[in-house]
Write a protein that binds this ligand. Sequence first.
Ligand code: KIV
Length: 273
Amino acid sequence: MSTAKSQKEKKVTTHVLQEMKSRGEKISMLTAYDFSMARIVDAAGIDVILVGDSASNVMAGHETTLPITLDQMIYHASSVVRAVSRCLVVVDLPFGTYQGNSKEALTSAIRIMKESGGHAVKMEGGDEIIESVERILSAGIPVMGHLGLTPQSIYKFGTYVVRAKEDAEAKKLIEDALALEEAGCFAIVLEKIPFKLAKMVADKVNIPVIGIGAGNGVDGQVLVIHDMLGINNEFSPRFLRRYNDLYLGIKDSVERYITDVKSTDFPNEKEQY
Ligand code: KIV
């Protein structure tokens, strides 16, 4: 087996991500929520799949990430886990399943790990959730932090604009990142913050920092797959790079199928028994 092939097939663990940061190799991460998509994403060689609570928006059509339940996250995550052979699968703890107290947080994290087979959980927040982070980590469950624009707090923020532009919020974000590292998180997602601040955090902490709308000074990037494939064509923030226009591609295919069915062109003689 060639080195390139064995490298591609080596399972990604939290330790592998740490090694990647140490040698300056960028980490690729995308969301996925179902078996078929996860299979393609894993086969392409992604390092991390995030079963994000953005499933609430892109899979279920909710306006925010708040409505998705733990049972629904477990359903999505178990479908993804069945599809992958190489990448690390991180699963979001949904809103309302860890903010109450650390015992409830641990119970939720254990359900994710046991019932979905995911490899790690992600939680939004800093200092205010540290006790829960520590309790989950003490059970041997790897935790990824998430700071900056944390969508589960959208009703507190009131808007999806860039966070931590002011000194006080930037200072708290740095303190929170250091606290998450100190607690034992294996990585941190930074969402929609100024790139200089994101780079400062990535330089200060020893664990990998994955950005979304946080510039290129961090250790890796994450995007929502429906946005980067152009399936969702109604969301165009500055940080998003579109790699396809599947909205148009799928719509065009469906239109051609309808035309073929209506005209009796499909199925033809070769397509029947
Ligand atoms: O749920 C999600 O997709 C996320 C990413 C935006 C980081 O948390």
